[in-house]
Write a protein that binds this ligand. Structure first.
Ligand code: BTN
Length: 324
């Protein structure tokens, strides 16, 4: 008996007495109490009702390998090598990187209920509370080095938007290079990390974080305007269904990318472009460049129309130009 068994018993949100839990798990009440402490240590909101018992308010849908696998397409199922679901991780991207060093390759997938050191782009933290959102990292190996990966992070954005559409959120759009927005607020982010030879064989970790039902208690730590799938869809969204939908789109994209590259993904990306034709400012270190966003070229570079013509930009942070 461990804290996972206890979590599964409490996941339906029903009130259960310590005695009942002890009987169901075949252990002493003290042993149950110790495991309950561990759940609280994970940051799980556990309600204790004196003299009556314990419950998880609103219940919890835990990640479940059987459910995820059952919802995979035959193609994704064939491409998936290992699906590792854990209760906690420092960062699924960091975990995937460590597994690459230990020999893992294409089709290894890591997802977890909670990250203690979730990584965002540009050195930011990714707020990763327990059991409410999705944190996923997929490893894929490429022969052609960094050049073969041009546009990959943008294509991943398209795959994520398609997965969201499949579970009832058709309004997702993309903020260059690959933030997932709904109605201008951030629902998810993508972080690609590379290991190996920038000019030859390398492995990429594709990390995707999606807010599904962000608790208000942690939302204060997020610096930008955010939303989650539950708010965007107007109803609860199953994390297992969303994880399966994500893999159904992501794994085929990764398996075909070495051959086809960004070609074929550019048009779908443009159709999802949140800032198309908008006045924007690009922040590149200390430099600021104002212009009109004109989509991306076939390498995934942002096309910024300025007074001196259209410039191709490969890095930087885009934002809408206030009052323009
Ligand atoms: C961003 O800043 O927009 C990118 C966020 C990426 C977060 C995901 S969650 C799964 C994976 N593991 C991490 O530590 N980060 C990525």
């Amino acid at each position: 008996m461990d804290k996972t068994d206890l979590l599964r018993l409490l996941a339906d949100g029903e009130l259960r007495s310590g005695q009942e839990l002890a009987e169901l798990m075949g252990v002493s009440r003290t042993a149950v109490w110790k495991q309950l402490q561990k759940l609280e240590g994970l940051g799980i909101e556990l309600e204790t009702i004196k003299g009556a018992g314990y419950r998880l308010p609103g219940g919890l849908e835990l990640l479940d390998e059987t459910q995820v696998r059952a919802a995979l397409s035959p193609e994704a199922d064939a491409l998936l090598q290992t699906l590792s679901l854990s209760l906690e991780s420092d960062s699924t991207n960091a975990e995937a990187m460590r597994h690459i060093d230990a020999g893992a390759g294409s089709g290894w997938v890591f997802s977890t209920e909670q990250q203690s050191a979730g990584r965002g782009r540009r050195g930011r933290d990714w707020v990763s509370p327990f059991g409410r959102n999705l944190y996923v990292s997929v490893i894929w190996s490429f022969d052609g080095g960094a050049a073969a990966l041009e546009g990959l992070s943008l294509a991943v954005g398209v795959a994520v938007a398609r997965a969201l559409d499949e579970v009832g959120m058709s309004r997702a759009s993309l903020k260059w290079p690959n933030d997932i927005l709904v109605d201008g607020a951030k629902l998810g982010g993508i972080l690609l990390e590379m290991s190996g030879d920038a000019a030859g064989p390398c492995s990429v970790v594709v990390g995707v974080g999606l807010n599904v039902a962000m608790p208000d208690t942690v939302a204060g730590h997020i610096e930008q305007s955010w939303t989650d799938a539950t708010r965007a869809a107007g109803r609860p969204v199953s994390r297992n269904a969303l994880l399966a939908a994500l893999l159904n789109h992501l794994l085929p994209l990764l398996s075909g990318f070495a051959e086809h590259g960004f070609t074929g993904w550019r048009e779908p990306w443009l159709a999802l472009d949140a800032f198309a034709g908008e006045p924007v400012v690009m922040l590149m270190g200390e430099r600021r460049l104002a212009g009109i966003a004109r989509g991306v070229d076939d390498r995934g570079a942002l096309q910024l129309e300025t007074g001196t013509g259209v410039q191709s930009l490969y890095g930087g942070e885009i934002s809408l130009r206030p009052g323009a």
